[in-house]
Design a protein around this ligand. Structure first.
Ligand code: GRF
Length: 186
């Protein structure tokens, strides 16, 4: 039986949600930060804090080969829960099947609205009066698994994708650690 409180966070870049998950950990521990991008700034931040990291540049690598290597590292670290945080690679159905119900993601919209990319522009262009973020279970369908928690952020007059993104990101940093704590609680 895997211990759900042992968390791996998967990132591809900045890693601000990963930092929030580390700094606000409650009832879980981030024991591995993994990335498909060896230059992801979040990796350096994790290393400075002596959090184990794993990385392999996924470009040009067959997805199944890359995922098998990742899976071995997850196994080695006794991971029970995977938290995707700005991880920009779609996991294969084989991988999500092996980890069924144990992978979470944070998405910058009020799902089921605006799956995929460019969520803030799409919300503004649609004339929505609010947007937000969602923590959901990862399945083999993109951004479509059960929603566990959401935070709403108003869209104000004169809003741009950049201003909305900044306020939604703040909401993400509050929401994700709480949702992950709730998820791993026995
Ligand atoms: C966040 O907006 C997250 O919702 C989305 O990608 C962005 C990642 O940012 N999935 P960061 O790397 O956590 O700073």
């Amino acid at each position: 039986m895997r211990d759900p409180t042992r968390v791996a966070v998967l990132i591809s870049g900045r890693g601000s949600n990963m930092k929030a998950l580390v700094e606000q950990a409650n009832g879980y521990e981030v024991v591995l930060v993994a990335s498909n991008n060896p230059l992801a700034p979040g990796l350096a931040w994790a290393r400075e804090r002596a959090i184990p990291t794993w990385t392999w540049d996924s470009r040009g690598v067959e997805k199944s080969v890359w995922e098998t290597a990742l899976g071995q590292s997850l196994e080695d670290h006794g991971i029970g829960t995977i938290a995707l945080a700005g991880f920009m690679r779609i996991l294969s159905p084989e991988f999500t099947g092996q980890w069924s119900g144990r992978i979470l993601n944070i998405h910058p919209s009020l799902l089921p609205k605006y799956r995929g990319l460019d969520t803030h522009n799409r919300a503004i262009e649609a004339g929505d009066t609010s947007s937000g973020c969602s923590v959901h279970v990862v399945t083999d369908e993109l951004d479509a698994g059960d929603v566990l928690a959401q935070a709403e952020v108003p869209i104000v007059p004169g809003e741009t994708a950049a201003t909305l993104e900044a306020r939604v990101l703040e909401a993400e940093h509050r929401l994700y650690p709480i949702a992950l704590s709730d998820f791993v609680r026995p």
